[in-house]
Design a binder for this molecule. Structure first.
Ligand SMILES: Cc1ncc(C[n+]2csc(CCOP(=O)(O)OP(=O)(O)O)c2C)c(N)n1
Ligand code: SF4
Ligand SMILES: [Mg+2]
Length: 283
C-alpha cells in the first residue's frame, strides 16, 4: 500500500455507516476501494458506482462518490449506460453472485463482449445474503457444507464458475481476489480501474452469517503460478478450472479498443459525428 494521508482516505468514506454483519467479507473490499480511489487520486465527483440488490448492493452508500443502487440483476446495464453517456467518468459496478449470475446472468456475456470501460466487482459469498441464505449459482455443496435450511434435501444443481465464464465470454481483464487478503484486493481493484476496457474482478467474500467460508478459502486459495502468461486466455481458462483450488491474482488481460473507441470509429465513418452530415446522406 502506498501511504495516503488519513484525512485524504477519510474523504472517500460515505456518510452512511455500513450495516453489514461484523466479519462480513465485504468490509475488506470496501476498505480496499477507499484506498484504491485515494491512491489513484480520483476526484469523488468524477467517480460513480452502480450496484444491484443484496448486501453487496449497499456498497455505493458507503463511498463518497456518485452512486446508484439500482434494481436486482441490472447492475451491468446501468453501469454500461453511465459510461457510454459519460465516457470521462470512472464507472464501477458492484454486485453479488446472485445479482450477477442468477437474475442478471444474461447481462454478463454482453458486458464482457462489449468491452465497455467499467470495473465490475463481484462480491461472491456463494449465497443470497440479504434474503437470508438461499443457495446461489456459486454455492459449493460438494466443497463446503450448505446448511440445509432452504433446500432441506440438498442442492441438485452444479455451481457456476464466474472466472471461467468471464474468460469464455471474452472479457479483456479478469482477476480474482479474496477478502482475507486485502492488499491483493486493493492491487486488483487498482489494476481493474486502470485497465482500458471491461475489467472483471471476482472477489471471494465470505458471508459469516449464512455461509462461513473463511476456513475453506484459507486452505483452498493459492497464488497464481509463477510465470503465468496473462496474455493467454487458454492458460487462464485452464487455471480457472483447477479442481478444489482457487487461484488469486490476474488471470488474463488484453488491451484493445474499448466500446467508446469503437463507437467513435462508427461516428467518424458516419459523417464524422456531425448529425447534419448524416441526415444529408439520406436526403
Ligand atoms: C426482481 C427481484 N427479485 C428478487 C428479489 C429478492 N432478492 C433481493 S437480494 C436477492 C439475492 C441477493 O444475493 P446476492 O446478489 O448474492 O447478494 P448478497 O446479498 O449475497 O450480497 C434476492 C433474490 C428482488 N429484490 N428483486
Ligand atoms: S448476511 Fe452475510 S453477506 Fe450479508 S452482511 Fe451479513 S455476513 Fe455480509
Ligand atoms: Mg451473494
Amino acid at each position: 500500500m502506498s501511504p495516503v494521508a488519513p484525512q485524504v482516505l477519510k474523504s472517500y468514506h460515505g456518510n452512511v455507516k455500513p450495516v453489514w454483519c461484523p466479519g462480513c467479507g465485504d468490509f475488506s473490499v470496501l476498505t480496499a476501494t477507499y484506498q484504491a480511489l485515494a491512491e489513484l487520486s480520483l476526484d469523488p465527483a468524477r467517480v460513480i458506482i452502480a450496484s444491484g440488490i443484496g448486501c453487496s448492493g449497499r456498497f455505493p452508500a458507503y463511498v463518497n462518490s456518485y452512486g446508484f443502487h439500482g434494481v436486482h440483476g441490472r447492475v451491468l446495464p446501468t453501469a454500461t449506460g453511465m459510461k457510454i453517456a459519460n465516457p470521462d467518468l470512472t464507472v464501477m459496478a458492484v454486485g453479488g453472485d446472485g445479482d450477477g449470475l442468477a437474475i442478471g446472468g444474461g447481462h454478463f456475456a454482453h458486458a464482457c463482449r462489449r468491452n465497455v470501460n467499467i470495473t465490475y466487482i463481484m462480491l461472491d459469498n456463494q449465497i443470497y445474503g440479504l434474503t437470508k441464505g438461499q443457495p446461489s449459482p456459486t454455492t459449493m455443496p460438494s466443497l463446503v457444507e450448505y446448511k440445509k435450511t432452504h433446500q432441506p434435501y440438498g442442492i441438485i444443481e452444479d455451481r457456476i464458475n464466474p472466472v471461467a465464464m468471464a474468460l469464455a465470454y471474452g472479457a479483456s481483464f479478469v482477476a480474482r481476489g479474496y477478502s482475507g487478503k486485502v492488499a491483493q484486493v486493493l492491487d486488483l481493484i487498482k489494476q481493474g480501474i486502470a485497465h482500458r476496457g471491461f475489467s472483471f474482478v471476482h472477489i471471494l467474500s465470505p458471508c459469516v452469517t449464512f455461509y462461513p467460508t473463511y476456513d475453506f478459502f484459507k486452505q483452498s486459495t493459492v497464488p497464481m503460478p509463477e510465470g503465468h502468461d496473462e496474455g493467454s486466455r487458454l492458460d487462464a481458462i485452464q487455471l480457472s478450472q483447477t479442481p478444489g483450488k482457487f487461484y488469486l491474482g490476474t488471470f488474463y488481460r488484453h488491451e484493445g479498443p474499448d466500446f467508446t473507441e469503437r463507437m467513435n470509429m462508427v461516428k467518424q465513418k458516419a459523417g464524422k459525428g456531425d448529425l447534419n452530415l448524416i441526415v444529408q446522406e439520406y436526403t
